[in-house]
Write a protein that binds this ligand. Structure first.
Ligand SMILES: O=C(O)CCC(=O)C(=O)O
Ligand SMILES: [Fe+2]
Length: 242
């Protein structure tokens, strides 16, 4: 595969995001890219799932599933079944990039129907992950915005994610910064097309037991993966959070 030019966005002394284009073999542009989204769209689970927020049950504003390893975040466990054959090439590719550790064994998909689907502000839960292991994220389909905010302070940065964009979150990013894919309100949001996000993580094994997991997310203050409005303490990326 051809090596893409990578841009490192240094968020702080300890936190960074790499941005580059996925190889065409993995994420073809144009009509072949559209048919890739169509093929992966049918993999989504039948239910979007729900989370309890402040005593209310709220449907997660996207579909999500984890393959290869079961991922526990925001008090819930997602997936863990075998990696579907059509997703294995993403893991193989991630493991061919030695600079990111080469131990990717979990693949999580988020399916966004339109601009109304989103993932709220969250930190990925690193409890189950190899300590310090970067997280790779690949965008397929409609362009959306990746919003990064400093955990303390007002600073924020938006990164555009057109089809084929790879973002790698590394260093202390999950501690120092939250991330989210904001909802697009109103009529405009209804017209935004389907997007699939593929994230790849490196889980601890018995041999590598030292380190983190995916946080929760919430629509409000920073949560562990979920982004659906959970209070900050509950917002590390969790199975259901939106
Ligand atoms: O859809 C995206 O780009 C982000 C997904 C995400 O942050 C997550 O799955 O934890
Ligand atoms: Fe995340």
């Amino acid at each position: 595969m051809t090596a893409a030019k990578s841009e490192r966005i240094q968020l702080s002394g300890a936190s960074w995001v790499d941005k580059f284009r996925a190889p065409r073999e993995l994420v073809p542009p144009g009509p072949l890219g559209t048919s890739l989204v169509d093929r992966l769209w049918v993999l989504r689970p039948p239910e979007r799932g729900s989370v309890r927020i402040m005593g209310r049950t709220v449907q997660v504003p996207r579909w999500q599933q984890s393959y290869g390893r079961a991922y526990t975040f925001s008090g819930q466990t997602l997936g863990g079944g075998p990696v579907p054959p059509e997703l294995q090439p993403y893991l193989d590719w991630a493991n061919s990039l030695p600079q990111y550790g080469g131990r990717f064994d979990e693949i999580l998909l988020n399916w966004y129907e339109n601009g109304q689907h989103c993932i709220g502000k969250h930190h990925d839960d690193e409890t189950q992950l190899i300590q310090g292991a970067p997280i790779i994220s690949i965008s397929l389909g409609a362009e959306r915005t990746f919003r990064i905010r400093a955990t303390s302070g007002e600073r924020r940065r938006d990164i555009a994610m057109p089809h084929g964009t790879v973002l790698v979150m590394g260093g202390a990013m999950q501690k120092e910064f939250s991330h989210e894919v904001p909802k697009i309100d109103g009529e405009k949001g209804k017209w935004v097309g389907r997007r699939i996000n593929v994230t790849l993580r490196q889980f601890k094994t018995a041999a590598s037991s030292a380190g983190g997991g995916r946080g929760s997310e919430a629509g409000g203050p920073s949560s562990s993966r979920g982004g659906d409005g959970l209070p900050p303490s509950k917002r590390q990326r969790t199975a259901a959070a939106g």
